[in-house]
Ligand binder design. Structure first.
Ligand code: PLP
Length: 377
């Protein structure tokens, strides 16, 4: 979180602790602050305030939409992409979830195949969902095409826009989707707070039943400090978007160019298509991602193989597998992320450290040793 966000939240963790739903006068100020935050989030995503429901994060927002689609069209499958975030994939297929799933094809860059998506939209589905900007590669799907294809069959569409906020302009009305999910922590807001966009006039049954908070759309006392932090982060992201996204893109490009000029055997994944400006997923020939990250972590370079939600799970990345990489190739890919706070010096240092790590790993492995893997007891 940025200091500005933290400062905005502090009063609501101290003196202004009142429940926004309470009737007494002091709670009114808290309620007004919650509504102000809602307007700020709505402004960032190009929605109106009444279309924004606060949730505990995108995972809850996504679960709400998928459960709602299934309830409203029982027995019909839901269409998604095999590269979607686990929040979507597991909400669709996890235990106690009933109903079939259709997966649209993706190409080697991670873009949805238009023909496969269109065919699935015509298959009598309950709804369609896709991750707009992929969290592992940064690839931005062609939202217009995917949404229009579904709408031609009157299919409601959900878009996971978590990775987009603060990185690219988002105008959710222009996309035409019925539902969208967001999380504050991707734009220097707090963790554990997110939002669900439900287009005005569209019905979605609540997922969390309880009091009639959030206009009856989500039960439970509001996470007021989280909401205020989300609002503050949204206002900052909107104010700084153009400059921040340009800066991140420049740093990301400098990082990739710097590595490519020092090392051979590198492939930047999805670099031929539109990506959000902060994400760099790199294949390192001759090095496992695990051995590289083991060296890099104590040097202060924190990077991920697969998605952050999966670091304890050594399975190969489902995103990269869907893009056609082999199991072994996926284990040689590392993802680096910039933020609006990353500096040019950090990138320069990062290049040196990654180059050093790659040379070390490559020097200890040979055709006789095979790839260096990390022993986990
Ligand atoms: N969707 C995407 C694309 C994400 O990157 C994430 C989190 O990293 C989520 C959904 C889930 O968000 P949260 O963990 O805040 O619920």
């Amino acid at each position: 979180m940025t200091d500005e966000v933290l400062e905005a939240m502090l009063p609501f963790l101290r003196g202004q602790y009142m429940n926004p739903s309470s009737g007494y006068a002091e709670a009114t100020a808290v309620r007004n602050a919650v509504e102000e935050a809602r307007s700020r989030v709505a402004a960032l995503v190009g929605a109106s305030a009444g279309e924004i429901t606060f949730t505990s994060g995108a995972t809850e927002s996504i679960n709400t939409v998928i459960a709602g689609m299934r309830k409203m069209s029982p027995g019909k499958p839901i269409l998604c992409l095999p590269t979607d975030h686990p929040a979507t994939l597991h909400a669709l297929t996890g235990s106690n979830r009933e109903g079939a799933v259709l997966y649209g094809d993706v190409d080697s860059q991670g873009l949805a195949d238009p023909g496969s998506w269109e065919k699935n939209c015509a298959a009598g589905i309950a709804g369609a969902t896709f991750t707009w900007a992929n969290n592992e590669t940064g690839v931005i799907q062609n939202a217009d095409h995917l949404v229009n294809a579904a709408h031609q069959h009157n299919i409601p569409v959900h878009i996971d826009a978590v990775q987009c906020l603060g990185k690219m302009p988002v105008n959710i009305h222009e996309t035409g989707v019925e539902y969208a999910s967001f999380s504050a922590h991707k734009l220097h807001g707090p963790k554990g707070i997110g939002a669900l966009y439900i287009r005005a006039g569209v019905v979605l049954p609540p997922f969390i039943l309880g009091g009639d908070q959030e206009d009856g759309k989500r039960g439970g006392t509001e996470n007021v400090p989280g909401i205020i932090g989300f609002g503050a982060a949204a206002a900052i992201a909107q104010r700084d978007l153009d400059e921040a996204s340009l800066r991140m893109a420049k740093l990301r490009d400098a990082f990739e160019t710097g590595l490519m000029s020092e090392l051979d055997g590198l492939t930047i994944l999805s670099c031929d298509v539109a990506r959000i400006p902060n994400t760099s997923n790199i294949y390192f020939d001759g090095c496992t991602a695990q051995s590289l990250s083991l060296l890099l972590e104590p040097w202060g370079v924190l990077c991920s193989a697969g998605s952050a939600c999966k670091t304890s799970n050594p399975n190969p990345s489902h995103v990269l597998l869907a893009m056609g990489l082999s199991d072994e190739q996926t284990r040689r890919c590392l993802r680096f992320s910039m933020s609006s706070l990353t500096t040019a010096e950090e990138v320069e240092q990062g290049i040196k450290l990654v180059v050093d790590a790659v040379r070390r790993v490559r020097s200890v492995q040979s055709s006789r040793t095979g790839p260096v893997t990390v022993y986990t007891p």
